[in-house]
Design a binder for this molecule. Structure first.
Ligand code: ITT
Ligand code: MG
Length: 481
């Protein structure tokens, strides 16, 4: 018998949907809830910050002597579950695995939808978790950033809520899914509206109930359940925001008598786990031209780039794939494993329409094995000798893959392209490779006539980097699920 409370944390009131399930399934347990309403929403925040805030909430509840922690927030689960779990002596339960499991149990057509915050969607945690269990399941994710504010402002039954739900879910209505995961603990409060928009054929999954089943299993497994059915149970509620606002929603949602919320000061509590800022990125390329471009792009954030030229002792990874992505993955995964560091790889090439997309993935060895830009360019010109100027359209493509050591399933993948045409006479001395022959669409300049900055502003690599910039820091600081 263990009378210590179970702790629940969330960015706001959403976690109460899990708490409500716990009241139903585990009525004899003492429970404490903490919502970080002052700093909500968590969805748009960088993962590293969500990790910090999560630790502050955890440290608040540890002082209350909790015996088990429920991270009743999808965004915090995606960002912090692993690290918190690895450092706490008590069991820790998140909501993503239980939610995924529940959805896999009910789907018939193996097409799942996930609606969640931007942070959760960006982390790809649901798709990853689902695919670890069944790689054949299709997962369609959609960020619904407007839902949390509607719930937190107690507007979740209003006509505004109805309109927001309708507009947000429109892209999913005809997507062909049969099951939709409510991948944010706030969303079950909008359940009737969501069901109405999606139609009765779609099964909605509220991860709360499955999460509490997992809690129940763990209480038994660790033999820490409270079997005392006599005395009244502790129901404590804390918020970093306004206790009155919290009470209104909680009272309404939980239907508890005498619900009292108290203000919690957690901002000054320690952040147990500090992220070290990233100062160096390894780019897995032997091509000095590429390395220079990445160095210039990362330098804007004060980050130093190292390339394979800095690590001559590494075993070469063969580019045996048939697509840019396959090759980029081979390079990123292969070198990350050897270096035991996150590694970024680029696989790129020129695709000429009149040559059926050639040289494509063979761009580096177009004229035969071994790198020789001059020979490659000469071959390109001879292949195009009969092709008139207007038919010499082409594009440069790159696929970038950022990989962590031994976690290929977490590879971050982005693409970039630039359109143009192949000119007959080379122009310009800048850049590298095929640059002097590639005239950028909408300009009269080849890539080799542009400065480094001008090229990065339009190039395939620059375009891919601009996407990567939005994603990589969060991904980098996310721990393996
Ligand atoms: O594999 P790593 O070591 O990164 O270096 P690589 O030069 O072999 O690179 P790829 O396998 O990706 O092959 C890309 C080919 O396309 C050419 N290429 C890629 N990006 C280019 C750019 O921005 N300008 C000109 N040529 C480019 C490059 O010179 C190569 O011949
Ligand atoms: Mg190569």
């Amino acid at each position: 018998m263990n009378k210590q409370p179970i702790g629940f944390i969330d960015s706001g009131v959403g976690g109460l949907t899990v708490f409500k399930e716990a009241l139903k399934q585990l009525p004899h347990e003492n429970m404490i809830f903490l919502g970080d309403q002052a700093r909500l929403p968590y969805g748009p925040r960088p993962a590293a910050q969500v990790v910090d805030f999560t630790w502050q909430m955890v440290n608040f509840l540890l002082k209350k002597d909790i015996k088990l922690l429920v991270i009743a927030c999808n965004t915090a689960t995606a960002a912090a579950l692993d690290i918190v779990k690895s450092q706490l002596p008590i069991p820790v339960v998140g909501v993503i695995l239980p939610g995924s499991r529940a959805a896999l149990k009910v789907t018939k057509n193996k097409h799942l939808g996930v609606i969640a915050t931007e942070g959760t969607v960006r982390s790809d945690a649901y798709a990853r978790t689902i695919h670890q269990k069944d790689a054949a399941v299709k997962v369609t994710s959609l960020a619904a950033p407007k839902f949390v504010p509607v719930v937190e402002s107690n507007e979740y039954r209003s006509p505004i809520a109805k309109r927001i739900v309708m507009e947000t879910l429109a892209p999913l209505k005809h997507a062909g899914l049969d099951t939709l995961i409510l991948g944010c603990t706030h969303y079950p409060l909008l359940r009737p509206l969501i069901q109405n928009v999606m139609g009765d054929d779609i099964t909605l999954i509220d991860p709360g109930s499955e999460t509490v089943s997992e809690v129940s299993t763990l209480l038994d497994y660790f033999d820490i359940a409270n079997d005392d059915v006599t005395e009244p149970k502790m129901r404590e509620f804390y918020t970093t925001g306004s206790p009155e606002m919290f009470e209104q929603i909680a009272q309404d949602w939980l239907q508890l008598d005498q619900l009292n919320a108290q203000r919690a000061e957690i901002e000054d509590l320690p952040v147990t786990y500090q992220q070290t800022p990233v100062s160096t990125v390894v780019v897995a390329t032997k091509n000095a031209g590429k390395a220079r471009e990445f160095a210039a792009m990362f330098a804007k954030d004060g980050i130093t780039v190292k390339s394979l030229l800095d690590f001559p002792e590494l075993e070469s990874v063969a580019e045996t794939g048939t697509t840019f992505e396959e090759n980029a993955r081979l390079k990123a995964d292969g070198y990350a494993r050897q270096l035991e560091l996150p590694v970024l790889a680029d696989d790129s090439g020129l695709q000429v329409d009149a040559l059926g997309g050639q040289p494509g993935v063979f761009s580096a060895r177009y004229a035969g094995d071994g790198h020789n830009d001059a020979a490659n360019n000469a071959k390109l010109l001879s292949e195009l000798s009969e092709v008139p100027a207007e038919a010499r359209t082409a594009n440069f493509h790159t696929t970038l893959v950022f990989a962590k050591p031994n976690h290929p399933e977490q590879d971050l993948v982005v693409d970039g392209d630039v359109l143009g045409r192949i000119v007959g006479i080379p122009r310009g001395d800048n850049g590298f490779g095929y640059d002097p022959f590639f005239e950028v669409e909408g300009t009269d300049q080849t890539l080799a006539e542009m400065t480094a900055d001008e090229k990065n502003a339009v190039s395939h690599r620059g375009n891919a980097m601009r996407q990567l910039e939005q994603l990589w820091r969060d991904w980098y600081s996310n721990h393996a699920l």
